[in-house]
Design a protein around this ligand. Structure first.
Ligand code: GLC
Length: 532
């Protein structure tokens, strides 16, 4: 299909931006971000050139897991605003060509959700079967050996009824029973509720875990070849994750999406260790997720050979009709400027160039565009229950959730001067939007140029990917018929052969506009886009 006729061009060629609402912009001076704050920054996002926003949850939550424990799927948490604010965001975003994806959390609810409150009233409760309940094992302990992703047993005894309920995350996040037709129907309504309000789709939380083994069989012991977290737990997560029936639910939502014009996007949090498993979430390429987050790529080191191998496998195995998603940061993993780049801005620029020039849709996380590193978190600052539980062995996720620095002013442009922010904010003098807006050589200026180039170029937006030969620790690939991306991801200059043309974009701005003729000497941690 020619790019110009592709109805999905807006998001295939576009760039998404994840907002962690509590840390983006605070409009009312309470130290935490909110929807009016986001609306006030839409012009900034439009200038950045993005096509869509994924909002981490803004629905009602007691915040045991900061929004990922939902107590009402169809209303906005008062911390963030109202349904009217969300409507304004959808409308004002739309006027700027920015569509809104919400976060759908179907695996579990909050223990304060009315469904669970009812389920706990007894074995005959109307919503009892909406959750996963089981009798104790013969020795009186939990029904099986499943472990929570957040540590300890995945089962909690409900004293009143003598049964255990399942929680794959915090105890306050009981898992829904997705074998129940009533649960499925309830979520059909939730999905439609938001799509009828002009929301353009969902990022779907832990969508690979929704269905559990109907017989609740014990997980087998982990082996040396299993992922480290499973080795740590001693169990291979076979029966409480990646069950084949999860695909039926995703396909059901895709059928609903297909009834909307335009179709609403389904982007899954497909946190799987193997690319063939990720590919299953695309179904036949047309009947399941539109895109799945690629955690194999997220977890790859920032190294040419390792990343190229992931990209080549995706390119050769993704079903026709499927579209890759590329990400380096989110609210659960350290920011790419820290994790991949160790604070080195040349590496940050190369990482951004990779994300913005591969075939697929990039999701930037707020702050990636300015090279923001993780925030300063001490033990006494912790708010993430997982960090509190495992500090110092695992420090949790607060460091990647600290407030966005907008300007080098008291309050950092995030909140009013003197207000204590919900999580500590890094000194805005170190890195902030306003200073970078004034500097044509800043990371922000580079990100803007890269997104603009992508918008203008069908090759970069939707052209085919092809690896080209290049020396060790470098990565060269063609996009479409006339564009080549060259990356020197090593500590020294490299001689690289590339087609002649003109440098349309470079991590070092002084190179842009230069004509090149075949052999190039590319400086350490430098990336170029050559247009023939
Ligand atoms: C997802 C979310 C994470 C949350 C977990 C449980 O992984 O991204 O923040 O803690 O699901 O809902």
């Amino acid at each position: 299909m020619r790019a110009g006729t592709d109805p999905d061009r807006w998001w295939h060629g576009g760039v998404f931006y994840q907002i962690y609402p509590r840390s983006f912009a605070d409009s009312n001076g309470d130290g935490a971000g909110d929807l009016p704050g986001i609306i006030s920054r839409l012009d900034y996002l439009a200038e950045l050139g993005i096509s869509g926003i994924w909002l981490s949850p803004v629905t009602v939550s007691p915040n045991r897991d900061w929004g990922y424990d939902v107590a009402d799927y169809c209303d906005i948490d008062p911390d963030f605003g109202t349904l009217d604010d969300l409507a304004t965001l959808v409308e004002e975003g739309g006027r700027r060509g920015i569509r809104i994806l919400l976060d759908l959390v179907p695996n579990h609810t909050s223990d304060q959700h009315p469904w669970f409150v009812d389920a706990r009233t007894g074995r005959d409760a109307a919503h009892r079967d909406w959750y996963v309940w089981a009798d104790p094992s013969p020795d009186g302990g939990p029904p099986n050996n499943w472990a929570s992703v957040f540590g300890g047993s995945a089962w909690e005894l409900d004293d009143a009824s003598g049964q255990y309920f399942l929680h794959n995350f915090e105890m306050q996040q009981p898992d829904l029973n997705w074998w129940s037709e009533e649960v499925r129907n309830a979520f059909d309504d939730i999905v439609r509720f938001w799509w009828d309000r002009g929301v353009s789709g969902f990022r779907i939380d832990v969508c690979n875990m929704m269905i559990k083994d109907a017989e609740l069989r014990d997980n087998p012991p982990a082996t040396d070849s299993d992922p480290l977290d499973q080795q740590f737990m001693g169990l291979k997560a076979v029966y409480n994750t990646d069950r084949p029936e999860a695909h039926d639910i995703l396909q059901r939502w895709r059928a609903i999406s297909d009834g909307y014009d335009p179709n609403r996007l389904l982007i899954g949090e497909t946190n799987v260790e193997q690319l063939p498993v990720l590919m299953q979430f695309y179904g036949d390429g047309h009947n399941e997720l539109h895109g799945g987050f690629n955690f194999v790529f997220i977890n790859s080191p920032l190294e040419a050979e390792a990343m190229r191998a992931v990209v080549e496998e995706v390119e050769s195995t993704i079903p026709e009709g499927g579209w890759p998603i590329w990400t380096g940061s989110n609210h659960d993993v350290a920011r790419l400027a820290t994790r991949w780049a160790g604070g080195d801005l040349a590496k940050v620029r190369c990482a951004l160039l990779i994300l913005l020039s591969l075939r697929g849709t990039p999701f930037l996380y707020q702050g990636d565009e300015i090279g923001l590193t993780d925030g300063p978190i001490e033990k006494s600052d912790l708010l993430d229950a997982v960090g509190i539980r495992f500090w110092p062995y695992y420090k949790g996720r607060d460091a990647e959730r600290t407030p966005m620095p907008w300007a080098n002013t008291p309050g950092g442009g995030f909140t009013a001067a003197g207000v204590k922010t919900w999580l500590p904010m890094a000194d805005p003098a170190l890195c902030n939007v306003a200073d970078q807006e004034a500097d044509p050589d800043s990371v922000l200026a580079f990100t803007r140029r890269a997104i603009a180039r992508r918008a203008q170029s069908d090759d970069l937006a939707v052209g085919a990917y092809r690896s080209l030969p290049s020396p060790e620790n470098t990565w060269v690939y063609a996009r479409g018929a006339g564009t080549v991306v060259v990356l020197n991801m090593s500590g020294s200059a490299k001689e690289i052969t590339a087609p002649g043309g003109s440098i349309a974009l470079a991590t070092d701005r002084s190179l842009e506009g230069t004509a090149v003729h075949g052999a190039l000497t590319v400086a350490s941690w430098t990336g170029l886009v050559i247009e023939q």
